[in-house]
Design a protein around this ligand. Structure first.
Ligand code: ADP
Ligand code: MG
Length: 563
């Protein structure tokens, strides 16, 4: 899909009007020198003032029309290109919203920001440029050549010589600078990713005191960007004076030959003057062309990068229809590796099942694949082998909407949006009533909320409780808590857990946790290690048969029980 063409379609009439303006303007520009030749040859040369007035008025009229057309095309170009840019950004944003997880892992967020910012701006410039000069440059160039040839075929040989050299220069710069502009974009991406990472972890950087290190890394990337920019600009900057020089030589040649022809009286002096003006117009249109090439080179890279986003794989889209499923879960022999991962499976041969209204705790060291189970349950990634079912239906066969209504996840990092607590809660369920919100806050032990319309600037533990309340409002038959109470003190955590078990209707609960005390409260406990199930059973069973569980238990509760 060509993002430029599709997004310009709504503006085709304005675009056409701008092109017509440019064409008319070019014609006015082209007529100028010929009219001047008339003034000189038929007026000044012969000493006839009326002729000078006659042609002079005509020339003035043509120039004025040209200026009006120029104002017209510039205004239209501004309106159309900004509208085009806004539309394109909108398309990109809604595309990014629907990207599959694999695609968003692949297109890092840093590069998505560059694409939405820098690359769109680049295309906007290109569109603006097209409407203002793309047509004008070739029309003026070819028109000047034709009219100059008509004035004097012999003099125009100089023009052809100049043109050959100029196009050679243009071709070479295009060829050499395109790869440079690509690496330039890459360097810009790296820098953006770095800035974004820093902003996300700013408190961590401060806490660890690694500002110096960050600064050095930034300086390196920044330096690389600067060098790349200079290198890619250098070629283009070199091209312009070279071209100007060539054309000036050509003009000098014209004057020399013109002088000879004039002394042989085989050319009018007016024609020589007009000829040099056409030469100047050819120069300016060629410079415009180099500008166009410059824009095209940059646009090509930007266009490819935007197309890459637009063509990335989306998650399955389906209608508003969804069905209610019973809250049973089963994993049978599930193996999965992240598409952008190391290739080592994050989960291998995982099997378990959970009855409706039951509870399962998943415990294990970091990196053992606990969160991965949550992502897979939401079908954010397809499994490599094995099958996951919810309510007896394979995830492959379920629509996204059905799945989102069946499973609610409270992720490991509770994130709230800027806005009030009410807005954040409503984000979980737009139809939630005031009563339901208060009830959800009560279950989540969020008693610190006195006013729903307070801004949601909260501590980590408070955020987690709001996130749980928000999830409860969705009233899904399956609730997955990924370490969602990690920032709560033991007393509050126990309170939240008890309230969750008392919910009516009772959701099927999957609790991912690091704490044995939490795990013990569930009907079943599954122990994960390196993506494999190390043990599954009750607290008592696992203490006997699972080494990993025994070790976690000893480290957390051993002292209390034996001591
Ligand atoms: P846990 O939640 O138990 O700490 P995870 O399920 O988050 O563990 O991670 C399991 C493994 O998968 C880890 O080795 C981790 O590096 C890898 N992993 C997690 N998320 C991604 C991802 N988006 N892309 C690639 N690898 C990932
Ligand atoms: Mg995790």
């Amino acid at each position: 899909m060509d993002p430029i063409r599709t997004h310009l379609r709504p503006y085709r009439w304005q675009f056409l009007a701008a092109v017509l303006c440019v064409a008319a303007e070019s014609v006015c520009d082209l007529l100028g020198p010929t009219l001047m030749a008339h003034i000189i040859n038929q007026g000044i040369e012969v000493g006839s003032l009326p002729e000078v007035y006659h042609w002079g008025k005509l020339m003035l009229l043509v120039v004025a029309c040209g200026a009006l057309f120029a104002i017209g095309r510039n205004s239209i170009a501004g309106i159309v290109s900004q509208g085009f840019g806004a539309d394109l950004r909108h398309t990109l944003f809604s595309k990014i919203l629907h990207l599959s997880m694999a695609s968003s892992d692949h297109l890092e967020s840093g590069s998505l920001i560059t694409r939405m910012g820098n690359d769109v701006t680049q295309l906007t410039h290109a569109v603006n440029g097209t409407m203002r000069i793309f047509i004008k440059a070739p029309v003026t160039c070819i028109g000047s050549i034709v009219l100059a040839t008509m004035l004097s075929p012999r003099l125009s040989i100089a023009i052809y010589g100049v043109l050959i050299i100029v196009f050679l220069i243009l071709f070479l710069t295009m060829k050499l600078s395109y790869p440079l502009f690509r690496t330039l974009q890459k360097a810009m991406d790296t820098l953006n990713t770095r800035i974004e990472e820093f902003l996300l972890g700013v408190s961590l950087v401060k806490a660890l005191g690694t500002e110096k290190y960050e600064e050095r890394k930034f300086a390196e990337d920044n330096d690389r960007l600067m060098k790349q920019s200079i290198r890619s600009q250098m070629l283009v900057t070199l091209a312009t004076p070279l071209i100007t020089f060539t054309v000036s030589l050509g003009t000098a040649g014209v004057l020399l030959i013109g002088n000879k022809l004039f002394t042989l009286s085989s050319i009018d002096i007016g024609n020589v003057s007009a000829f040099t003006v056409y030469m100047a117009q050819i120069l300016s249109s060629i410079l415009m062309l180099t500008n166009i090439f410059n824009i095209l080179i940059r646009t090509k890279a930007s266009k490819e990068r935007i197309s890459e986003v637009l063509e990335a794989k989306e998650e399955k889209q389906d209608g508003e229809e969804w069905q209610t499923l019973p809250g049973t879960i089963s994993f049978s022999d599930v193996t999965f590796s992240y598409p952008e991962g190391s290739g080592v499976p994050a989960l291998s041969h995982v099997s378990f099942s959970l009855e409706e209204g039951g509870s399962l705790a998943i415990i294990g060291p970091t990196g053992s694949g606990k969160s991965t189970i949550a992502w897979l349950l939401l079908h954010l990634y397809p499994v490599d082998s094995g099958e996951i079912t919810i309510g007896g239906e394979s995830l492959e066969s379920l629509s996204n909407d059905t799945l989102r209504h069946a499973v609610t996840l409270v992720p490991q990092q509770a994130s709230l949006f800027s806005g009030t607590i009410r807005e954040n809660l409503l984000w979980g369920n737009r139809d939630a009533s005031e009563e339901e919100m208060k009830e959800a806050l009560r279950v989540a032990s969020a008693d610190f909320v006195t006013d729903l319309d307070e801004p949601a600037t909260l501590s980590g533990g408070q955020k987690q409780r709001i996130a749980i309340a928000r999830a409860l409002l969705r009233k899904a038959p399956i609730l997955v808590l990924d370490d969602a109470t990690s920032a709560l003190d033991a007393v509050t955590e126990a309170k939240v857990r008890k309230a969750l078990f008392l919910l009516n209707p009772k959701p099927t609960l999957v609790m991912i946790t690091q704490r044995c005390s939490t795990a013990m409260s569930a009907d079943h406990i599954m122990v994960l290690e390196n993506g494999k199930v190390e043990g599954i059973g009750s607290n008592k069973e696992l203490l006997e048969k699972s080494e990993v569980y025994h070790a976690i238990f000893e480290s957390q509760l051993g002292g209390i029980i034996h001591g």
